[in-house]
Unconditional design. Sequence first.
Length: 438
Amino acid sequence: MNRNDRAITGFAMAGHGLVHTYELAVPILLTVWLVEFGVTSATLGTVVAVGYGLFGVGALPAGILVDRFGSRVLIVACTLGMGLSFLLLAVLPGIAGITVALACWGVAASVYHPAGLTLISKGVEKRGAAFAYHGMAGNAGIVVGPFVTALLLVAVDWRVAAAVLAGPAFVAGLAGLGVEFDESAAVATTDGTAPPPDGGETSPAEGVDAAPDGGDVPTTDVASVSELLAASRGLFTIGFLTVFALVMFNGLYYRGMLTFLPGLLSDFLDPLVGAAAGGLGPVSEGPMAREFDLSRYLYAGLLAVGIGGQYVGGRLTDAVDPERGVGAMLAVLTAIAVLFVPASESLPALLAVSVVLGFALFAMQPLTQATIAKYSPPEHRGLSFGYTYLAIFGIGALGSSITGAALTYGSTQVLFFVLAGFSALGLALALSLVARSQ
């Protein structure tokens, strides 16, 4: 990586890590809210789905703004907004207050993926490596969020924990204003070559984006509804529409699997390891000490495995067609959903299936990002990520409601079969992309 690549990758890694820190802190806080407010899983699943839904819905307008104003200002606004949202979570009362705070977080966080992924795809020449490190940073946040939240809940009330969690976002947002980089360094010039970081002669750059005819890359501005419709018509080819549906089903699986997984793991662990799994007992006199639960740390552990999955998935984007990699991971995720409940009857099997889940679930992410980039034009890359993250996190947020309803009105086994159905449909779409590319 050159200097510009490293600056962009580091900046994007910080933002990505924070987004997922807050995203995965919520399921841990949810276990406390279930006890404190005495509501059903279906109700809280819907409350959480509001924030997660806006996390996805906001990605589309964010993608338009990225193409018009660039990534830096939006990523900085995202981090500061997330910090303010968690401060609101700490002070607003009741379930209504939680709903409002999570909605604000969803709007702020929705900006990140279109901005961050566009920044990498247009500014970094070594795109595969950058996607890998970017994904690993996201998984570091995914691990830090539940782990640090669980530790804070041992010592302090959940509202104090939320306020403490807000701090890093303000630090990162202010620091991001001073980072120097060229957001479009890897976009081809008019002769199809990439501008070097030192301003010298241009040379061909692997993986950069050029206009199809070797001319200027078309304008990226989408300034009106008519321009949005025109850009969308050009974007939604059969291939991109297939990718859109594929990532939607993956988003339903992702959100449905992770929202209530801490509670599910606790249910599975209780009969296997007895009282030690139900809670390690209070280690302090804090008001939330009773909430110390071994399942939360197993949850954080399986998410930690995802760091390796992110790295492998990122490297695979340079080695295989991304749609083939996506298909392989969806096949694994389908098998996991079918086998998870039977595996819960044995501690070694439960640990094994949890490890494979963490690896495969997050190896998917760089592969889907590379697939989105493959099936979208560079001049509307922000818009393409906006649409696809609308599918992943917006429509995908319904996974929280579906999970909560399955737990309230159905059974755990039904829940996992529904999740298997989501990933199986995504697999079918991935196979159709593979067939089209041959």
